[in-house]
Ligand binder design. Structure first.
Ligand code: BES
Ligand code: MN
Ligand code: ZN
Length: 507
């Protein structure tokens, strides 16, 4: 799909379809009103007949509007004008793109991007419009023997802005939106790929390809390298599998030479059967998404490189399968982690923290500015926050606040849970420094408490994306989250790096 930005009068646009908004009260948006004037009150007449109620996301297609230059006019409902915010805006854009994609016509000229959205500027509106469009257009059909029957003609989308003075900001936002959307697409594709294709080896080769196409430097450690480093908790997870584990390191060197890097660590369990503590059968297929943290790191690095962000970012992915087998780790086994701390494995299904803890120790060598790990870590997080917010835990509140802000800006929200020491007691083991599980109570928090023991040397945050990285049911599939949150976080850090004098809000 080709995207472009324009600032032009709706009545003058020659387009296959021109898209304008209508509020629930029947009030026309500015662009709709301009069309209405030039078409002898066509829209007023149609609304009077009651064919369009203006509810959020409702659409009505008008063919061959007399007196208009466009072949079609698509009316999109916006809901109540006073309540027109993030959700309504994104719903209106999505509804419009869905409709445009299902009719004939090569292009669409979209005036929804002109609308006032509560507290949002043109940068936000264009970024979100691109992301929402790519979301609607996303298909994953590479594993079907014949591509699904489609006759799609839509080639070009033009987003209109209200004023020529907004063009430069809108163009920049378009490029950012495209970069973020391409990162999300990569994350979705990898998440949707099944475990027999998306193995640790596959993730490593994806990283290498991304390195070549986007100028990242990539290093892959294999089992023997990990043995030398003493990454025994990671290796203990891989023991039951015939697929070799991989440890992936990717660098985007966009910042000053000595500038401390932001490190992202993504859980890369390409299939989580539970190991000897085998999971129950129903929905076990969904455990192919257990590498969604890794996928979000790949997607975020891709976006950061595409945007040429002037910061240093390192992505790290401990990748393994978690399978039962004759050599698999057993409940009761005690393992010495790379940090030297010993862990009693009481449940082999709590494997995410075991691969992450060695990665957390490994990244100390980078002297990081901060470390963020991203993991589909606990079913408890799905119970606590559902599929709306990712869980956030951190050993530093200002980093946590920054991530919460980034999530709000990106419409990819997180919610903070406490990481109080009081919870650490639940990890007590009679036989090792700690157990790898903390009982049923506060499962998301005790998982983070486990990780915190390996993240003492730097500023660190943990995102539990078990509920947000994919959808179950009819719409089963990967969501590409939290690439939007992470990229917005990096964009904000990059804008600080560019103008070091412009300190964050005083006070
Ligand atoms: N990958 C799972 C977490 C998960 C569960 C993600 C459901 C998405 C949906 C993780 O490895 C796991 O199995 N966690 C266990 C931990 C428990 C054994 C302490 C869980 O949540 O049940
Ligand atoms: Mn598990
Ligand atoms: Zn898992």
């Amino acid at each position: 799909m080709e995207f472009s930005i324009k600032s032009g009068s709706p009545e003058k646009q020659r387009s296959a379809c021109i898209v304008v908004g209508v509020y629930e009260t029947g009030k026309l948006s500015t662009a709709a009103e301009a069309l209405n004037q030039s078409t002898n009150q066509l829209l007023t007449e149609i609304l009077r007949r009651g064919d369009m109620n203006g509810k959020t996301g409702a659409t009505l297609l008008l063919q061959n509007p007399v007196d208009a230059k466009a072949d079609r006019i698509l009316l999109v409902g916006l809901g109540k004008e006073k309540e027109f915010g993030d959700k309504e805006y994104r719903a209106a854009i999505s509804a419009a793109i869905k409709k445009l994609n299902n009719i004939g016509g090569a292009d669409g000229s979209i005036y929804l991007t002109e609308l006032q959205v509560k507290k949002r500027d043109v940068t936000w509106k264009i970024r979100q419009a691109v992301i929402a469009s790519q979301e609607v257009l996303y298909r994953f059909d590479r594993l079907k023997s014949k591509p699904e029957e489609t006759r799609r003609t839509l080639r070009k989308l033009t987003f209109q802005v209200a004023n020529r003075t907004e063009l430069a900001a809108a163009e920049a936002a378009l490029a950012e939106g495209l970069a973020i959307a391409s990162g999300m697409k990569l994350a979705k594709d990898l998440g949707n790929l099944p475990g027999n294709i998306c193995t640790p080896t596959h993730l490593a080769s994806e990283a290498q390809q991304l390195g070549k196409s986007h100028g990242l430097s990539v290093e892959i450690l294999d089992r023997s390298d990990m043995e030398k480093l003493g990454m025994n908790t990671l290796l203990s997870v891989a023991r039951g599998s015939h697929e070799p584990p991989k440890f992936i390191i990717m660098r985007h060197n966009g910042g000053a030479k000595g500038a401390k890097p932001i490190v992202l660590i993504g859980k890369g369990i390409t299939f989580d059967s539970g190991g000897i503590s085998l999971k129950p059968g129903p929905e076990m297929d969904e455990m192919k998404y257990d590498m969604s943290g890794a996928a979000s790191v790949l997607g975020t690095l891709k976006a950061a490189a595409a945007m040429k962000l002037p910061i240093n970012v390192i992505g790290v992915i401990p990748a393994s399968e978690n399978m039962p087998g004759g050599a698999a780790t057993k409940p009761g086994d005690v393992i010495t982690s790379m940090s030297g701390q010993t862990v009693e494995i009481l449940n082999t299904d709590a494997e995410g923290r075991l691969v992450l803890c060695d990665a957390l120790t490994y990244v100390e060598r980078f002297n990081p500015e901060c470390v963020i790990d991203i993991a589909t870590l606990t079913g408890a997080c799905v119970i606590a926050l559902g599929h709306i917010a990712s869980g956030l835990l951190a050993n530093n509140d200002s980093l946590a606040d920054e991530l919460l802000d980034a999530g709000r800006a990106a419409c990819d929200r997180a919610w903070q849970l406490p990481l109080w020491d009081d919870y650490q007691e639940q990890l007590k083991s009679n036989f090792a420094d700690m157990a790898n599980i903390g009982g049923r109570a506060a499962g998301t928090i005790t998982a983070a408490c486990f990780l915190a023991r390996f993240a003492k040397k730097y500023t660190w945050a943990h995102l539990d994306i078990a509920g947000t990285a994919w959808r179950s049911g009819k719409e089963k599939g990967s969501t590409g989250r939290p690439v939007p949150l992470l990229t917005h976080f990096l964009l904000e850090r990059a804008s600080r790096a560019e103008k070091p004098s412009a300190k964050r809000k005083p006070g």
